[in-house]
Design a protein around this ligand. Structure first.
Ligand SMILES: *Cc1c(COP(=O)(O)O)cnc(C)c1O
Length: 394
C-alpha cells in the first residue's frame, strides 16, 4: 500500500501508530534506559528471542521510529542510529574490516573518516589503505589487493565536490567480493539512491540536512537487515555510540520537513551558483550546478537533484582577501558543519593547515583561497546581496 504514496507522505507516516499514542500526532519520547519485564519467563524470552525492548543502548522505541523512517527514505531494509555521523562511519567500517585487511578509499574524504582509516585502523590494527583520486574505474581496479575488503566512498565530497561512478564501482566490487560503503550525507537519500545502486552500507551524519535544525549531532547506517543487526549487536553494543531518544525525537521532527527544506535549499543554491559563476572575483565554483563543474555527465546520471553546500575559489591576492571577504559577510555565520537552517561560511584552509601535515594538505588540491558556504533558508536575495557586498570589498 505504502508504495503508492509520495515520499513526503511515506516519511511522515512510517513507524507511527496513532492507536498506541492516545491520538497524539507527535510520538512520545521513551526517555527510559531500561524496559522492565513482568516475569522470569518474560525476561528469559528476551534473551532467547530478542523480542521487544530491554536496554536503550541497543534498542529504544523512539529510535525505532526514526530508524524505520530513515530506512524507507533510502529504500534500505534497515537502519541504525548513532550518537554522531562518525559513530556511524567508524562502526560501519569496523563491521567489514579486520586487522591486516586493506581498504581502498577516495581522496578528499571527510577528514575524521580519513584519520580513522589512516591513523586509528592503520596504527592499532595494521589495516592497510590506498587512497585513489576516484576519477576512473581503473584506479580502483589497480588498487585491489588480495586482502582488500572494503571500498569506502564519499560522493560528492564536501570540500571540492568530486564524484565517483557508484554503479561502476559496485560492479567492480561485487566481481572481487569486496564490500562498499558510501558517505551520502551531501546528497541525502532523496537525491542519490545509493542502496538501489547496490552499495552495501550507506552512512550519514544526521547533524546535516536530515535533521536540518542545527540542534542535534547524530548519525545513521543504512543497509541489509543482517548487516544492521550484526552492527547493533557488535559495534553499537560494544563501542556504545548510541543516539539518545530525545535526539531521535528531534530528528523525527526534522525529517518531516526534509523535502520542503531541500526544495528551498536547492532553489536558492541554483541562484547563488549562477551569481558566483558570473562574478569576476570568483575563479571557479565547485558544485554540480556550476557551468565549470568537471563531472557534469556523472552528476546528471547519478544525482536526482542538488543540495546547498558548495565551495568557490576567490580571485584573491593573499589570505588577507579571504579574511576580508569572510569578515564582511553579515548573514553567513562563520562556522563549520552545514545543512541547517542558517547560512554558514568557512575557509577549509583553516582546518587543513591545523589538522594535517603540509604534505597531506598538498595532496588534497584545495586552494588556500577556497571558500565553502552552506546555503540556508534565509531569503535568497538577501544572501546574494550579502555575498555581493563582501566580494566588492576585496
Ligand atoms: C559532518 C560530516 C560527517 C560527520 O558527522 P558528525 O555527525 O559530525 O559526526 C561525516 N561526513 C560528512 C560528509 C560530514 O559533513
Amino acid at each position: 500500500m505504502k508504495d503508492n504514496y509520495d515520499i513526503e507522505t511515506i516519511i511522515n507516516i512510517t513507524g507511527e501508530d496513532f492507536n498506541q499514542e492516545h491520538g497524539a500526532v507527535v510520538p512520545a519520547i521513551y526517555q527510559s534506559s531500561i524496559f522492565a519485564r513482568a516475569s522470569y519467563e518474560d525476561i528469559e524470552d528476551y534473551f532467547e528471542n530478542k523480542n521487544g525492548y530491554l536496554y536503550s543502548r541497543t534498542k529504544n522505541p523512539t529510535n525505532d521510529i526514526l530508524e524505520q523512517k530513515l530506512a524507507v527514505l533510502a529504500n534500505a531494509e534497515s537502519a541504525l542510529t548513532f550518537a554522531s555521523g562518525m559513530g556511524a562511519i567508524s562502526s560501519a567500517i569496523m563491521h567489514y574490516v579486520n586487522a591486516n585487511d586493506h581498504i581502498i578509499c577516495v581522496n578528499n574524504l571527510y577528514n575524521p573518516a580519513m584519520t580513522f582509516i589512516s591513523k586509528d585502523l592503520a596504527n592499532k590494527y595494521a589495516v592497510e589503505y590506498t587512497v585513489v583520486e576516484g576519477d576512473s574505474i581503473e584506479e580502483f581496479e589497480n588498487a585491489i589487493k588480495e586482502n582488500t575488503k572494503l571500498i569506502y566512498l564519499e560522493s560528492p565530497s564536501t570540500a571540492v565536490f568530486k564524484m565517483q561512478d557508484i554503479e561502476k564501482i559496485v560492479e567492480l566490487a561485487k566481481k572481487y567480493n569486496i564490500k562498499t560503503i558510501i558517505d551520502n550525507t551531501w546528497a541525502t537519500p532523496l537525491f542519490q539512491r545509493c542502496i538501489e545502486m547496490g552499495i552495501d552500507l550507506e552512512v550519514h551524519s544526521l547533524s546535516k540536512y536530515l535533521n536540518g535544525h542545527s540542534d542535534v549531532v547524530g548519525g545513521c547506517v543504512l543497509g541489509k537487515m543482517k548487516d544492521i543487526e550484526e552492527i547493533r549487536n557488535s559495534q553499537l553494543a560494544q563501542f556504545g555510540a548510541k543516539l539518545g531518544p530525545f535526539e531521535a525525537f528531534l530528528v523525527i521532527r526534522g525529517l518531516r520537513t526534509l523535502v520542503a527544506r531541500l526544495n528551498i535549499h536547492t532553489a536558492s543554491t541554483k541562484k547563488i551558483v549562477e551569481f558566483l559563476d558570473n562574478h569576476n572575483k570568483v575563479v571557479k565554483v565547485m558544485h554540480p550546478l556550476s557551468i565549470s563543474y568537471a563531472q557534469k555527465d556523472l552528476a546528471k546520471k547519478q544525482l536526482l537533484n542538488y543540495t546547498g553546500l558548495l565551495s568557490f575559489e576567490l580571485d584573491a591576492k593573499s589570505l588577507k582577501d579571504v579574511q576580508c571577504f569572510i569578515n564582511e559577510l553579515k548573514l553567513f555565520r562563520i562556522g563549520v558543519s552545514w545543512g541547517g537552517h542558517e547560512s554558514l561560511v568557512f575557509a577549509p584552509n583553516i582546518a587543513i593547515l591545523n589538522e594535517m601535515s603540509i604534505e597531506q594538505a598538498k595532496k588534497l588540491n584545495v586552494s588556500p583561497y577556497t571558500i565553502r558556504i552552506s546555503v540556508g533558508l534565509e531569503g535568497v536575495n538577501d544572501l546574494i546581496n550579502d555575498l555581493k557586498n563582501a566580494l566588492d570589498k576585496i
